[in-house]
Design a protein around this ligand. Structure first.
Ligand SMILES: Nc1nc2c(ncn2[C@@H]2O[C@H](COP(=O)(O)OP(=O)(O)OP(=O)(O)O)[C@@H](O)[C@H]2O)c(=O)[nH]1
Length: 754
């Protein structure tokens, strides 16, 4: 068996399989020539040549990172244009600063010219531009970074999505950037500057945050694989996972009750090796990890049902697998069923660019049944074989522990509990761990069977007790030397986050204010135009379009992971007309204050896997607050979609029912007034007394409205058909003339869907 094509084509994040490798310590080991040695080169987690290139970029002041090299003598070497001809490509930070200064000077010059031109009209305040510059400086948030930092760590610090940073780096001339690309300080400062942050470089002892240690090659040992199962709905993912989980519980001598902790381990029946399965990979925590560029999965099992073959979500999964480059094994499930056509499945997979081993390719296919257990042992052994080929390694000890938060919840009598998937080191009682804005002195560890354990090594999931606050799923976990360092890191992170939030709020307020100004201007314009008797429909339409209905929701859930997953799923639903908006997303029981919030903001409450206390339910009835209970995320999302859909304006289809021509105009007198009547002939279809009508003269519409009377001679009639004559009077309009054409129509409403 060979390694999957996907794996061959793409560079694995690191040799030791540790995607979470973050920054190096400032003490990058140098060889006698002053260059980073091979060991340091591993920080970059790239192919050997690439590693060396990266490594040299760490020390060689003339060559920073992956900036494109340029021929300095070339007449085309214009530092203001890159290869695409639109953005600067810079060879050094110094060059970047020079260019910035040049732009500033040009700006100043431009301003000076403008001022000279304006001088005759107004006397400008000399301090204006200085003030503006000062204000701009004030907006910049200071962040403290170590001398070397990975792109993903910089993204986390600045609260900027990883892909935005990578995009900006590419615009600056960096090439082949990945999440674990190590930036040396000048480049980190430059990138931070792009996002309006002032990066201050500190050394290891003064930096307030905690970052990963460099890889220690001498301490690398093999580690178990971490596996995810993907596939189309109903193809048997859960059944396969349940089978593996149950069989692993039976293996346990003192097996307790299996708990859902987001991951579990299984020992293979033959080789007795450990595999860790992640059982909720669509979960918000995993989305967050992915957003940070961390690929926690080493191998993906793609489940395809033998009786259904490749379906839309199978194709989605294949796309995802190819994008991430994670090696793959195909499990053709439901092979216990009679009459299934396995050859068709294999053919379909091949036609979707999976190089199945059946056709001489490199991707293993295993025929299984999650229901009967058929070949499940073979599937597990296939995982082990592939993982051995991948040479997954990490340091089980001798480094600060690292991992990821998979799940978190509040447990009665225990407090905050989080499932940590250990990636590096071994977590034990008394260790100090930092995750996001909280830390913990480990008070206890539990495995997925509820058994108390003393330690959890690489690739193991463990429930960890002792957190000061509930950690958020998807956060990176790192060990601190002591509690003081952990507290310092957390308070530093909180302060940094607060500053970023404040800046975002200011930006939001400014945006809102400028929208308000625009809105006011539009309304004034409409009023002005109306007074002048002009047509304002286009402007009013714009106004209508700008009004988006927001449906507010409060999510309460038993575990943080579910609450976050629901929030992520719901917040994306809607369009420019109607949108779902989660205003609160929390774990724990529904309270009176939640009800009050729902009432104030006209929100609906969703309780996920939570019972609603009776008194709260009664209070909600009294207050008119809707509470809905769910325990399947999919149903909850459906519920929201249905509500949003009901708020969409229907699509109006206009159907022409008949055509009438005005032959003559005459006047009749009633007791109170004279009425103009259009004497008409129906040329097509039927006209009804209740019809909507449009009147055209020389193909131009001159009236749209309804009828007030439909007569035949003096008699009121309900309808007139083709060839009939009739007299029409219109609602508050009598400007018709002989020869006008009348179109009779009806509007048919069609429900729209999101
Ligand atoms: N005969 C047979 N039925 C199976 C097998 N695996 C799963 N099923 C059945 O297929 C149906 C769907 O199985 P699930 O495990 O819920 O599928 P899933 O992929 O997890 O579905 P979603 O969670 O909805 O995406 C259930 O009725 C299972 O009993 C199998 O190997 N053989």
């Amino acid at each position: 068996m060979r390694v999957s094509r996907f794996q061959k084509k793409t560079t694995r994040p690191s040799q030791n399989g540790d995607d979470s490798i973050e920054t190096t310590s400032p003490k990058v080991p140098l060889n006698p020539s002053g260059k980073v040695n091979r060991f340091a080169a591993q920080y970059s987690n790239q192919k050997p040549q690439r590693k060396f290139q990266n490594a040299s970029s760490l020390t060689n002041p003339g060559y920073r990172g992956h900036y494109k090299q340029k021929d300095q003598n070339s007449p085309n070497n214009n530092p203001e244009l890159n290869s695409k001809g639109n953005k600067p490509v810079l060879n050094s930070y110094q060059q970047y600063n020079e260019m910035k200064q040049k732009l500033k000077d040009q700006q100043k010059l431009g301003n000076a010219n403008k001022l000279t031109m304006q001088r005759t009209a107004t006397i400008p305040k000399k301090t204006d531009s200085r003030k503006r510059n000062l204000e701009k400086e004030k907006e910049r948030i200071k962040i403290k970074i170590p001398e070397f930092i990975t792109v993903s760590n910089l993204a986390t610090i600045m609260h900027v999505p990883l892909n935005k940073i990578i995009k900006s780096m590419e615009d600056l001339g960096f090439e082949n950037v990945r999440h674990n690309y190590i930036l040396e300080k000048d480049n980190a400062i430059l990138i931070a500057d792009e996002f309006n942050f002032e990066a201050i470089v500190l050394n290891a002892n003064t930096v307030e945050d905690i970052f990963s240690e460099p890889v220690k090659p001498g301490k690398l040992k093999p580690r178990p694989p971490v596996v995810t199962i993907m596939g189309h709905v109903d193809h048997g993912k859960t059944t396969i996972l349940d089978y593996l989980r149950k069989s692993s519980v039976v293996e346990q001598e003192f097996g307790g009750i299996t708990q859902h902790i987001g991951a579990f381990t299984a020992i293979t029946p033959e080789s007795k090796k450990q595999i860790t399965f992640l059982d909720t990979p669509g979960h918000a925590a995993f989305l967050k990890m992915r957003e940070r560029g961390a690929i926690v999965t080493d191998i993906v099992i793609l489940v395809v049902a033998a009786d259904d073959s490749v379906m839309p979500q199978t194709i989605e999964a294949i796309k995802h697998i190819k994008k991430t480059g994670v090696p793959l094994i195909v499990a053709i499930n439901k092979c216990d069923k009679h009459g299934v056509n396995i050859d068709k499945v294999v053919g379909d997979l091949a036609s979707h660019d999976i190089d199945v081993e059946d056709y001489g390719g490199e991707t293993q296919t295993v025929r299984v049944s999650g229901k009967t257990g058929l070949n499940m042992d073979k599937l597990e052994e296939a995982i082990i074989t592939l993982s051995e080929m991948l040479e997954l390694q990490t340091e089980p000890d001798g480094v600060a522990n690292e991992g990821w938060i998979i799940e978190s919840k509040v447990e009665k009598g225990v407090g905050y509990v989080a499932t940590v998937l250990v990636r590096r080191g071994t977590v034990k009682n008394g260790d100090i761990l930092v995750a996001g804005n909280t830390y913990c002195k480990v008070r206890g560890l539990r495995d997925e069977n509820g058994n108390s354990i003393k330690k959890a090594g690489p690739s193991s999931p463990a429930q960890v007790f002792g957190w000061k606050e509930l950690p958020v799923g998807g956060e990176f976990v790192i060990q601190a030397k002591d509690e003081r360092r952990a507290r310092k890191a957390v308070s530093h992170r909180i302060a940094r986050e607060k500053a970023i939030k404040q800046r975002e709020e200011v930006e939001q307020i400014n945006e809102q204010r400028s929208e308000e100004v625009k809105e006011l201007a539009r309304r004034n314009k409409i009023a002005e135009m109306k007074m002048a008797g002009l047509d304002t429909s286009a402007l009013e339409k714009l106004e209508d379009e700008s009004q988006c209905i927001q449906c507010n929701y409060i999510i309460k859930s038993d575990v943080f992971g579910s609450a976050e997953a629901i929030k992520e799923s719901i917040n994306g639903i809607g369009n420019e007309e109607v949108k779902a908006n989660v205003i609160l997303c929390e774990t724990g029981a529904l309270t009176q204050s939640d009800l009050e919030l729902a009432k104030t903001l006209n929100a609906q409450i969703f309780c996920f896997n939570l019972a609603v206390p009776k008194e709260i339910s009664l209070a909600a009835d009294r207050e008119g607050v809707a509470i809905k209970e769910h325990n399947v995320i999919y149903h909850l999302i459906e519920d929201v979609t249905t509500e949003l859909t009901s708020k969409l304006k229907p699509k109006i289809e206009t159907k022409v029912l008949g055509e009438v021509e005005v032959a003559d105009v005459f006047t009749i007198s009633t007791k109170t007034k004279k009425i103009s009547i259009a004497g008409c002939k129906v040329t097509n279809g039927t006209i009804k007394r209740t019809s909507n009508v449009r009147v055209f003269r020389n193909d131009e519409q001159i009236y749209e409205g309804t009828l007030t009377s439909l007569k035949y001679v003096k008699e009121d009639i309900a309808e007139a058909r083709k060839g009939n004559e009739c007299g029409l009077a219109f609602d508050k309009w009598d400007k018709f003339e002989a020869g006008d054409k009348i179109q009779v129509y009806e509007d048919i409403e069609h429900t729209r869907y999101l």
